[in-house]
Design a protein around this ligand. Sequence first.
Ligand SMILES: CC(C)(COP(=O)(O)OP(=O)(O)OC[C@H]1O[C@@H](n2cnc3c(N)ncnc32)[C@H](O)[C@@H]1OP(=O)(O)O)[C@@H](O)C(=O)NCCC(=O)NCCS
Length: 204
Amino acid sequence: MLTTERLTLRPFTSGDAEAFLGLASHWDVARMTSDIPHPLTLADARIWLQTAPDEARFALMENGRLIGGAGYFQHAPEAVEVGFWLGRAYWGRGLATEAVTSVVGYGLLHTRTAAFTSSHFTDNPASGRVLAKLGFEPTGTARIHSVARGTDVAAICYGMSREAAMAHLGITVAGSAPAPPTPHDSTKREGRLASLFGKLRRSA
Ligand SMILES: CC(C)(COP(=O)(O)OP(=O)(O)OC[C@H]1O[C@@H](n2cnc3c(N)ncnc32)[C@H](O)[C@@H]1OP(=O)(O)O)[C@@H](O)C(=O)NCCC(=O)NCCS
């Protein structure tokens, strides 16, 4: 479980299905994602909530209420693809930036992620702004399938190295040597990260 100033991030459970359905069945939400069907049924919701072994997905909770989701899956041997969404009523308060900052921190601290990727459809500038605020850089374009729209949609792709993420989050690492960190360096990095993410906690 992770905590931020306003949110708690915890694993999804099957008990989230109805709340997820209420949020993700909104066309404005589903159409901006690649994998949320529209219309969305309770059966779809239950399937969507099942997390694969190569994923780290978090339910975003505000005052005990599900408001969205954020996380990543292993996209390439050395990179994870970050995704996020909020229920329509929760947009415009900086909550996605807050949540995904915590998710990137989790990737740095707990899964030692080497690089982060993400993407958004070209008609979704708010998502691009979230990624820019997090330090992601555009890397190209692609056509990505949207289950809700039932077609491939033009998208902008982004990337961010581990070092860039650490720098963006205010962590300086001596040198930018590509060599793997020694146990000593690793401990120092972990210490800095643990300090930076004072509120970032793992439940077990
Ligand atoms: C994208 C989404 C997660 C953003 O959530 P949010 O909590 O409103 O995001 P934040 O408030 O942290 O940041 C949004 C930024 O985009 C900006 N923004 C909002 N609408 C915009 C628009 N039409 N054009 C340009 N920028 C826009 C905001 O001003 C803000 O930037 P700022 O802090 O510099 O002012 C939310 O709109 C959403 O869930 N959309 C549907 C699902 C989705 O798109 N998921 C992402 C798939 S890649």
